[in-house]
Design a protein around this ligand. Sequence first.
Ligand code: UD1
Ligand code: UDP
Length: 375
Amino acid sequence: MSKIRVLTVFGTRPEAIKMAPLVKEFEKQPDVFKSVVCVTAQHRQMLDQVLKLFEIKPDFDLNIMKPNQDLWKVTAEVLLLMKDVIEESKPDIVLVHGDTTTSMAAALSAFYSRVPVGHVEAGLRTFNKFYPFPEEINRVFADAVSSYHFAPTDTSVDNLKKSSIPHEHIYKTGNTVIDALLHTVENNKADLSYIGLKPELKTILLTSHRRENFGEPIRNICRAVLELVEKNKDIQVVYPVHLNPNIQEPVHELLGNKERIHLIEPMEYAPFCTLMKDSYLIMTDSGGVQEEAPSLGKPVLVLRTTTERPEAVQYGTVKLAGTDTQNIVNEVQTLLDNEEEYKKMSAAVNPYGDGLASRRIADIIKKEFENNLSK
Ligand code: UD1
Ligand code: UDP
């Protein structure tokens, strides 16, 4: 009996975290699926951390990352190299994730090869093509060329329906990030002692890496951290600094060697989940962290002016703080001083999934391609 040949493509840390549970799901059903994994390695070290944790050995590794790479080269290399991967692996379906340049270019490559594309985490939108840049257009593009749309929430389903995507191929599945989170939190208790955090202080976890925050916004965020640490002797800030040089340089210049500010290397996913759980609050411009933190009951201040993940904002556990120094300071200070406000924002809610998204996606693919199984 023939199997459904699924080619799963990813390249960056968040895609790897969110696609890993799906790859594992295909591997659990070897009679149904022939799972082929291609990593572009748009990220190298940060991708490898995730591959190691989930014990995924890619069948293809395009190894494209260059220091301070630009969008043109990443797009062109993925588009071209994927052509050969698709010709060699002959997939029935190519799966891409979310809104990175890897996902957009791999989806286009599969479309050119006339192989159906499944878009995992489809339908997220801010409806502003420059926020986030280039992700908003990457995901619009991936949705446009995809034949199967795995949307995490009602909002993302609605966004797709409004953009003239055929309704019969839009599926609400939940977000696979919750599959990854639940699996990781259940199976790991990491030792964070290497960071040197003091248990008697409140920990603020910070991450920031978005392109639209390069330059003045990231400097404003750093200035806010300096002011907060100066004003509040009972807090400590920990920032696993993204490896992008546009982030590394200003962050180390402004926050390096300061008391109660810990700049550390990007963390492996398991210890990072432990750190989220141990934190008092989280400041971030990350998409994935906005989805994970609410289910851990941690207030999130988003260092952006808009978000494609409005669900947790509606529940009141996530708030947009923007990138203005004074505004960030005020929002954090409120959560430090006002117990009521803190309690309201730390209610554990989980609008993004129930941990079964990968199984749903695998079931849908099985149903859609079941004719292949009887060949
Ligand atoms: C990329 C995605 C962004 C996603 C983010 C997750 C695009 C355009 N951007 O942004 O959507 O939110 O990943 O983190 O697809 N670097 C390393 N080692 C690594 C990773 C990055 O050294 O493991 C450095 C390299 O110098 C690299 C640079 O970071 O050139 C930028 O990486 P890139 O993937 O282009 O952009 P990100 O900002 O990471
Ligand atoms: N993450 C991690 N280690 C870190 C910082 C983040 O494992 O040091 C995880 C985080 O839990 C989330 C994902 O990486 O699952 C988010 O990645 P990132 O913020 O780089 O990208 P985005 O989600 O914004 O695209």
